[in-house]
Design a protein around this ligand. Sequence first.
Ligand SMILES: Cc1cc2nc3c(=O)[nH]c(=O)nc-3n(C[C@H](O)[C@H](O)[C@H](O)COP(=O)(O)OP(=O)(O)OC[C@H]3O[C@@H](n4cnc5c(N)ncnc54)[C@H](O)[C@@H]3O)c2cc1C
Length: 465
Amino acid sequence: MMRSRDILVVGGGLVGALWALLLAQRGHRVRVVERRPDLRRAPVPGGRSINLALSDRGWRALRLAGLEQRIRTFALPMYGRMIHDRDGQRRFQPYGKPGQAIYSVHRRLLNAELLTALEEQPGVELLFEHRCVDVELDVPAIVVETPEGERRRLEAEVLFGVDGAYSAVRQRMQHLERFNYSQEYLEYGYKELTIPPAATGGWQMEPDALHIWPRHRYMLIALPNPDGSFTCTLFFPFEGSPSFAELRTEADVERFFAEEFPDARALMPRLTEEFFANPTGTLVTIRCFPWSYGGKVLLLGDAAHAIVPFYGQGMNAGFEDCVLLLGLLQRFEQDWEHAFKEFERQRKPSADAIAELALYNFVEMRDRVADPSFLHRKRLEQRLAEEYPERFVPLYTMVTFSHMPYAEALRRGMLQERLLDELMSIPDVEQHWESPAVRQLIARWLQELPPYSEEEFSLPAERVQ
Ligand SMILES: Cc1cc2nc3c(=O)[nH]c(=O)nc-3n(C[C@H](O)[C@H](O)[C@H](O)COP(=O)(O)OP(=O)(O)OC[C@H]3O[C@@H](n4cnc5c(N)ncnc54)[C@H](O)[C@@H]3O)c2cc1C
């Protein structure tokens, strides 16, 4: 019989709210401490990404929490990339098989739904505008600053640090002996801009694609919102030429956008106003280990593994943390210490793998997608995937449309890349596809890729209760 526990969750963001909900649904008494005001009532702060790409790993966690249908009401499917050239030409590249899509969801709406579902559970207390300022790992306990400016000490049986990339819980763990930690900033920042709905209502570009303006060293992307607008994000160097440092005046911004993104510029009436009003965000990868302290404290989501956003997996990975941890708590019959140890042992290689993949995908999105040889490579990849569906699965599909551990996806992906490199080096390879040389080459590489079955990875978690 499962014993109900007193649990503290620091952070009521996407992952913290979902994790608290899953715990409350299993009868635990959960207190969530969130430093910001309740976002369902507070004015919209600028700076954090407005919408996010939700994919299969994230959907599985929402399904487990019984929220899939609620979220689907405002999730917009994006079936592929729409590449915009400088001269206004556009090309569509599907993400996967027909019908496979990633979904643009509004961060605030998603977080609000999670908080509302959490509040509907018995035994839940949500403490907004309570900032965790100190942590006692051994108890475990935290000290919070209340909205009145007072300090309050809260104890629990188990404490989860789900307080994002700059986690206060992790900062306390950094004082422990043999705690590894690294943070690595990109030389790039990001700026959010808007393409408003058409005057007649509706979207001004195709809403069922993720739009990309790849320009080698930098890029602009746009994701659709349910109100007919698009949120655009410019990923751009801080320094150098061109860079944020160089775009100092309205005329600089106008000129740059007119030259580099003319079709997007034409749809952005408030470009210069937004460019100077909106903050420039930073992009960081955070790696640390261990994530747990005895069976008492555990880091989840960005607090444990913050990554750059180019694979659209940060939140999805955090949501997947929740599914995997629940599965382990069930397997180890609520032996929390054992479950935490196994969780970090299994999960850390995958956290490192998705961090690496996310950095790699920045180069793919801003540079390689515009290269004609990339399309050739994609065609070969598609052909192999169709001929050997159980062995050759495109890397994007493994990351986005499967539940395979990220570490295994990276391992297989690297082998597949080497096969593609060799195939690409054969002149007119598609015309010689059936030749013994090409068949032998493919057969040799495929030996390294054991048969893949989605069942293997999806079933255990689907059995989580
Ligand atoms: C530009 C950008 C685009 C992105 N796009 C995608 C995408 O398309 N798909 C995707 O899957 N991911 C994406 N991500 C990543 C995603 O935003 C994060 O992985 C996700 O928000 C992590 O959720 P979290 O709950 O762990 O952390 P957070 O969302 O950061 O939430 C942490 C919460 O803890 C609270 N908190 C912090 N410190 C304290 C404290 N001391 N006391 C109390 N509360 C505290 C914060 O206020 C916050 O509410 C993107 C990120 C960025 C920056």
